[in-house]
Design a protein around this ligand. Structure first.
Ligand SMILES: [Zn+2]
Length: 253
């Protein structure tokens, strides 16, 4: 079959000459894919809207020898309120980069696709910083990098007293095991409960949450280190987001 359909979110769109665009998308049917969109950068192109960054679109795809290409595109959702706010765009870019970095190519995961769509909707309207934190932990867990949070990751004893979090250990540590992991940082019962809440993924609960600035900063630091540990590099958009030192900024809370 030469043509096939898919539903996807555009994670990356790069101009590559002749008004063509090279896209990285995450599709419901096939997971992450690279696609060519010929002529999509032309002002009159009918594909133009559907291949914009973060667009949720339906595509008709033409099988190619090296790279498949988009024959037709139709927008399902543009997340327009996301696009008028630099900080929300920053968080959406971060989501896209995180998915691109961690999701394997060509492996379908429909539940993960739904998570991306829901998160983009939430990033457009809710407390974008908390939405991003919830997405980090939920996404990493769905892709096989779940941190251990119920017992001490090293000795398996029940958690009490002072708690620590170590990316190298792969989760929470007790006081006795902390010296074995130089990257361990002080965590708290409150932060641990928040991470577990994010993992249960109840978007409505996110709206009711009140998290103070020190806890937000600690959460960001812990998750950032956990991601860097698995990725062995820093995400570019994480560097960009540092331009918003108070995190939530215009998005309030
Ligand atoms: Zn221990």
């Amino acid at each position: 079959m030469k043509l096939y359909k898919l539903e996807a979110v555009v994670l990356r769109a790069r101009d590559c000459g002749n008004a063509d665009k090279l896209l990285v998308i995450y599709s419901r049917e096939f997971g992450k894919l690279k696609l060519m969109a010929h002529g999509a950068a032309k002002p009159a192109s009918r594909k133009r809207g559907s291949v914009q960054l973060f667009a949720h679109s339906k595509f008709l795809i033409n099988r190619g020898r090296e790279l498949d290409s988009i024959s037709q595109g139709e927008i399902i959702e543009m997340f327009s309120s996301l696009r008028n706010d630099l900080e929300r765009i920053g968080y959406a870019s971060y989501l896209a980069e995180l998915v691109d970095a961690f999701a394997p190519e060509g492996e379908p995961n429909p539940a993960f696709f739904e998570l991306i769509i829901t998160t983009l909707r939430l990033l457009a309207t809710e407390d974008a910083e908390l939405v991003a934190r919830a997405f980090e932990i939920k996404a990493l867990t769905m892709l096989g990098y779940r941190p251990s949070l119920e017992r001490c990751t090293h000795c398996r004893s029940p958690l009490s007293g002072h708690l620590y979090f170590s990316p190298a250990a792969g989760g929470v540590l007790c006081e006795d095991c902390r010296p074995s992991y130089p990257d361990a940082r002080t965590c708290s019962q409150g932060i641990l409960e928040l991470i577990k809440l994010f993992l249960r993924w109840r978007p409505v609960r996110l709206r009711q949450l009140r998290v103070d600035r020190p806890d937000r900063n600690l959460l960001k630091l812990l998750m950032g280190e956990f991601i860097r540990y698995h990725l062995e590099r820093e995400l570019k958009s994480a560097v960009f987001l540092r331009r918003f030192p108070n995190g939530a900024g215009k998005t309030g809370v």
